[in-house]
Design a protein around this ligand. Sequence first.
Ligand SMILES: [Ca+2]
Length: 128
Amino acid sequence: MEEINTDSTQRCFLFYSSADAALAGILTEAQIAAGLQSCQAADSFNYKTFYIKVGLNSKTKDQLSKVFGILDQDRSGFIEEDELKLFLQNFSASGRALTDAETKEFLAGDSDGDGRIGGDEFQALVKS
Ligand SMILES: [Ca+2]
């Protein structure tokens, strides 16, 4: 009995100490790789293509809320321009920063014009 308890404690520790586990628990490695592959060159990022490649378009509202919470790094309730720019780094630490043009295009999903992406706007973008 004692051995089993020790084992599960260690597993919990490993889970919580793995910094990049958050999105990995929702998306597969292959999906993340396919998404990053689709936008390797500067100015080739297209959010619609990317969301489909990583499989976000087939996720539930709850799963997308979790993803949104990860992308909203400062927990402000919105994905601001600086968070959009580093969007790819949530999928892989080696992801590149988006160019200014790509970031601006991404902000086209800001339907209420406040200069940032809210939770509802994110859900709408993914499903568009
Ligand atoms: Ca934010």
